[in-house]
Every structure is written in structure tokens, then in C-alpha cells.
Design a protein around this ligand. Structure first.
Ligand code: PGA
Length: 229
């Protein structure tokens, strides 16, 4: 059975209080039910919630890593409103770069995103580079690729697992074998249909990750599902 990633993307959701509740309930729902050795679980929270999320992980003894959802392309200094790699690396080990929503609402393009990947690398952050097609330039330093077609994000209609498999194979070929995740309306009811594929290395989950019980159920299914490589 291969090792997979399960990454939660909370997007712009939750408060400090809601974060504490989420981790308490996630802990209760996963204890003795998830085989942590088969999964790397990463929870990507808004910047202000990173410290409290880290505290919750320590308090509950969870085998969960933290991630940020963006990183400044600049170093520290006079860049109002930016959060830089050095600050993130204090609190998290992963960072999502180039999510479809960053591209769509903030005009981020592959050249700027390549700078962000370089910043992440500078501070030993694992970058999760999101693309919505096979047509993107993926920086060599990006560690994980996440394929997320726009139309499947937040719509309740995931892409067909066979089509995702084909795209994951293409992305792996272009990136000399980087792990490829799928994101787009993954939930506890449909994750099993993707989980059998040896080419899909995990999932980036938005909406369903906001509910700790639903996210725990996805983790449980992935930690017990079998496939060959
Ligand atoms: P969704 O979001 O699971 O709500 O479709 C996925 C994503 O944006 O990463």
C-alpha cells in the first residue's frame, strides 16, 4: 500500500474558537480509526490561525502537519500586507501555491508563482503547486503538484476518476515523477472512487475539510483502502 497525502484547504474560513472545536472533534473522530503511517495529513489554515492550530495539534498529540495557503514572493521588509517564507516556516511546513482561486481572483500567473516556489524552497517549506490543466509551467522546485479543474472546485461535481488518472499520468511525465494530487469536490462519498488509482497520490480537499467528521472519514477511508503500488 502506498503512502498518500491528504491536504485540507480551509480557504478563508474559521475563527480561533472554531479552530479549537475542529481539532477537538477531528481528534475524537480519528482516534484508533486512522492508520497514520499510510497518510500524511496536512491542514492548510488561514495565516492568523496557524499558531492556535499548532497548539491544538500538540495538545491532542495529532500526527498532522500545518500548511499555509499562500506565501509572499518577496523577502521580509516593506511589503505591506504580505506574509513571508521566514514567518511561515516558524509555524508550518507546507504551503499551497497557485491555487485556482489565487489565479482567478488575484491574477497570479506562473511566473509570479515560480518566485513563490523559490521562496518556499529557501525556507524549506514543501510547496503544493496547483494547476487546473496540463498546460502550466511547473517549477522544478515544486514538490507536490495538485490538479484541480476550475469547474470541479466547490461545485459538488468531481471530475471522472479515469480522466483524473490520465491527467495525473501526464503531469507526472512532465515533472519527472512528482506526486500528483487531485482536488475538486472530493468528499467522503466519492473519495473511494479515486483511491484505487496508483497514479493519484492524494487529495486536496476544500469544502469537506471544514467539517471535522467528514474530513476524518476521508482520512479513515484512505488509510484502509488498498491499491497496488
Ligand atoms: P472543494 O475545493 O473540495 O471545495 O471543491 C477544492 C480546492 O479548492 O482545493
Amino acid at each position: 500500500m502506498k503512502h498518500r497525502f491528504l491536504i485540507a484547504n480551509w480557504k478563508s474560513n474559521k475563527t480561533v474558537h472554531e479552530t479549537k472545536t475542529w481539532f477537538r472533534e477531528f481528534h475524537a473522530a480519528t482516534v484508533d480509526r486512522v492508520d497514520w503511517s499510510k497518510l500524511s495529513i496536512v491542514v492548510c489554515v488561514p495565516f492568523p490561525l496557524l499558531p492556535i492550530a499548532g497548539q491544538c495539534i500538540a495538545d491532542h498529540g495529532l500526527t498532522v502537519e500545518l500548511g499555509a495557503q499562500d506565501i509572499s514572493r518577496f523577502p521580509g521588509g516593506s511589503y505591506t500586507g504580505e506574509v513571508n517564507g521566514r514567518q511561515i516556516a516558524d509555524l508550518a511546513r507546507f504551503v499551497i501555491i497557485g491555487h485556482t482561486e489565487r489565479r482567478k481572483y488575484f491574477g497570479e500567473r506562473d511566473d509570479v508563482l515560480a518566485e513563490k516556489v523559490a521562496r518556499a524552497r529557501e525556507f524549506a517549506l514543501h510547496s503544493v503547486y496547483c494547476v487546473n490543466s496540463t498546460g502550466h509551467e511547473i517549477p522544478d522546485d515544486a514538490e507536490i503538484v495538485s490538479y484541480e479543474p476550475d469547474w470541479a472546485i466547490g461545485t459538488g461535481t468531481p471530475e471522472d476518476p479515469k480522466d483524473v488518472e490520465f491527467i495525473a499520468e501526464t503531469l507526472k511525465y512532465h515533472t519527472k515523477g512528482k506526486p500528483v494530487l487531485y482536488g475538486g469536490s472530493v468528499d467522503a462519498d466519492n473519495v473511494a472512487s479515486f483511491a484505487q488509482s496508483p497514479t493519484i497520490d492524494g487529495f486536496l480537499v476544500g469544502s469537506a475539510s471544514l467539517d471535522p467528521a467528514a474530513f476524518a472519514e476521508i482520512a479513515r477511508q484512505l488509510s484502509v483502502s488498498h491499491h497496488t503500488s
